[in-house]
Design a protein around this ligand. Structure first.
Ligand code: ATP
Ligand code: MG
Length: 635
């Protein structure tokens, strides 16, 4: 086996890069082979596998039929409706063709947009794959969003058809989607030609004659539908997906077809050590990039079974995911630190009750994985816990420990090393120079071209793509991740926070993440967010908002003062007094996005008495209200 260091080098050197990706392209079925691997004649726009023609749905389904038609492809589990259904590759192929025929009957064809606003049900997967089959572009909007977020995405993507459902359900509470969709359609100036509704029988729906249709009615007309795959150019768009909106207005990430298919296909052996016939369980939502790539496309491209799970990780109890691992002999699991922190509040015995011997490893992504959380889940599961760092923009991991020897040497708190294909750099944000010595802090950046699978541009806005992400440094085009990090002497990276969140205390630049990591080492702290707040004396001061494990321990002012002093002392001893938060405030919840990321910008704005801006992606508005009240009570 080639050493990873050589494999990596080959993937990024301009002389060997094309050969490297040509090899990876062989993992994919092409209708027409590419004539050029990478066209980077118009930087920063990279065109991968130029001249190649393929179909993503063909690669995910059709090509497996000869060998594994009766093997499980999709295992749809809902602990909200108490249903479980397994679709074989043959059955999934049939359902996708029915869905494709229905979409076609509304006039959907190559290049048309279809918006998918759905809970975690199998029909959402049919719809996404059906779009790929027709060469249409999907735009999946997370089902937890309400009408305003939905309306802005309808305006932006201009879908011909919207596919939705009567309702989703979360923790046993039904959330009706149709009224939110109707409201969004009123707010939006763009009107789709048709709305296709999946009726789960959870909430009543008003159907508008002429516009709204029921999936079950139309499906029955197309039971035997055979819809051939539309071959598209490698560089034709596959989908649009909006970033999480943690730092501001979400960006519509536009993805190609060939580069994405190859990148995902290659990631299965090289990152996940995954093979056909195994079972992948990614606990994300189809509305996020992790869900697009690792609930749906990558496992199916690899000929695996994939688990689609609707429900909470702790209902009916905190053992539910692990019971699925036992039942379906799940080999690969992918989740987020936020989910592990939820589990961590429960007895680890729940995880040990089941036979987890099939499980090879657990990958976690989406936000920093703090050491105590990593240690807890590692002890409970006894499998490698592998942090991986990426973005909606990239579509697949930028940093992790790739398959092979490297996974044995993980360092908690680090997502590992740069993944093949990504020419990762650290840039000094003041002088714009590349930092090459170990342990220097800088902005994490990627030298162009971005590897296959990454965003092509911002949907409908090339200028925004160039202006937002790219800068020219010493004649090279450099993509900024807007994350702040450091690399140690062994090449392991540590993410220190977002560049927006860097705190400048009396000229010292500190990542919020560093301070958070230090505070979360305190046994009584369950979760913490640190923000920089304007300070007349020091420029900025760190302020911490902490959730304690046991609220009764901070019920009076004296207890709070004790714990606050302890936390400050801990930071002093680990990072030095310069990083010490000016205040540690105790709250019961932190403001987060719907995908579980801390909304530090909102905390910071409230702490500085500013307008917190666009909060449409916020999960629980009460968390911010609490912070406001707290700040006012001690000011
Ligand atoms: P927006 O770009 O709209 O502000 P967002 O950056 O939260 O939202 P995503 O693309 O969902 O949108 O998230 C990517 C970001 O999440 C990364 O840039 C990084 O800040 C954070 N992140 C993801 N994985 C990790 C990880 N393993 N460790 C630390 N941070 C991570
Ligand atoms: Mg981002």
């Amino acid at each position: 086996m080639e050493r990873f260091a050589d494999f990596y080098q080959r993937s990024i050197e301009p002389q060997t890069r094309d050969g490297f990706w040509q090899e990876q392209a062989a993992l994919v079925d092409w209708h027409q082979k590419p004539v050029q691997i990478c066209d980077y004649s118009n930087p920063p726009f990279a065109r991968w596998f130029v001249g190649g023609q393929l179909n993503l749905c063909h690669n995910a389904l059709d090509r497996h039929l000869a060998k594994r038609a009766d093997q499980a492809a999709l295992i749809a589990v809902s602990t909200e409706t108490d249903t479980e259904k397994t679709y074989s590759y043959r059955q999934l192929h049939a359902e996708v063709q029915r869905m494709a025929a229905v979409l076609q009957s509304f006039g959907v064809g190559k290049g048309d947009r279809v918006q998918i606003y759905m809970p975690m049900v199998a029909e959402a997967v049919f719809a996404m794959l059906a779009c790929m089959r027709l060469g249409a572009i999907h735009s999946v909007v997370f089902g937890g969003f309400a009408s305003l977020s939905l309306a802005s995405r309808i305006e932006d993507a201009q879908p011909k058809v919207i596919v939705s459902a009567d309702a989703g359900s979360r923790g046993g509470r039904v959330v009706a989607y149709k009224p939110l969709l109707d409201e969004a359609l009123k707010l939006s100036s763009h009107k789709p030609q048709a709305v296709l509704m999946v009726n789960r029988g959870l909430a009543p729906m008003d159907l508008r004659a002429g516009r709204d249709h029921l999936w079950t009615d139309l499906r029955s007309k197309y039971m035997e539908a055979q819809v051939p795959c539309t071959w598209v150019e490698s560089t034709d768009q596959s989908y649009i997906l909006y970033t999480s909106g943690t730092t501001g207005k979400p960006k519509g990430v536009q993805r190609d077809t060939g580069g994405y298919t190859v990148a995902l296909a290659a990631s299965m052996p090289h990152i996940f050590n995954a093979k056909a016939g195994q079972t992948f369980f990614c606990t994300s939502d189809i509305g996020w990039v992790v869900g697009h790539s690792y609930i749906i496309y990558a496992p199916l491209i690899a000929g695996m079974a994939t688990v689609l799970y609707e429900g909470l990780p702790i209902r009916p109890d905190a053992g539910v995911w692990w019971s699925l691992v036992e039942k379906y002999r799940i080999t690969h699991m992918f989740s987020a630190p936020t989910a592990v922190r939820v589990l961590k509040k429960h007895d680890p015995e729940y995880l040990r009750k089941y036979d987890l011997s099939s499980l090879q490893a657990l990958w976690l992504a989406g936000e920093p994985l703090d050491e105590p959380t990593a240690q807890w889940i590692s002890d409970a599961l006894q499998v490698p816990i592998i942090d991986n760092y990426w973005q909606t923009e990239t579509g697949w991991p930028i940093m992790t420990l790739c398959n092979g020897v490297e996974q044995q040497s993980s360092k908690f708190g680090s997502p590992g090393k740069a993944v093949y294909g990504y020419n990762v750099k650290l840039i000094d944000d003041k002088c714009g120079q590349e930092l090459t010595a170990p342990n220097e802090k800088g902005v994490l950046a990627i030298e162009g071209p971005l590897p296959p699978g990454c965003m092509q541009t911002v949907w409908g806005d090339d200028a925004r793509f160039v202006n937002t992400y790219w800068q020219s440094i010493a004649g090279k085009q450099i993509y900024s991740t807007f994350d702040w990090g450091v690399r140690d002497a062994q090449g392991y990276y540590f993410i220190l926070g977002r560049t927006d969140d860097v705190i400048n205390v009396a000229g010292h630049r500190l990542g919020t993440r560093e301070i958070e990591e230090s505070i979360s080492a305190h046994a009584e702290i369950a979760e913490v967010a640190v923000v920089g707040v304007a300070d007349a004396l020091k420029g900025q001061a760190a302020m911490a908002f902490a959730v304690v494990r046991d609220a009764s321990k901070v019920s009076d002012a004296q207890q709070r003062a004790r714990l606050e002093a302890e936390v400050m002392k801990l930071v002093d001893s680990q990072l030095g007094a310069v990083a010490r938060p000016s205040r540690v405030l105790f709250v019961t919840a932190l403001p987060k996005t719907r995908s579980g990321k801390l909304l530090r910008r909102a905390l910071q704005a409230v702490a500085e008495n500013r307008d917190p801006g666009d909060l449409t992606t916020m999960e629980d508005p009460a968390a911010l209200v609490q912070v406001k009240e707290l700040l006012h009570s001690w000011v």
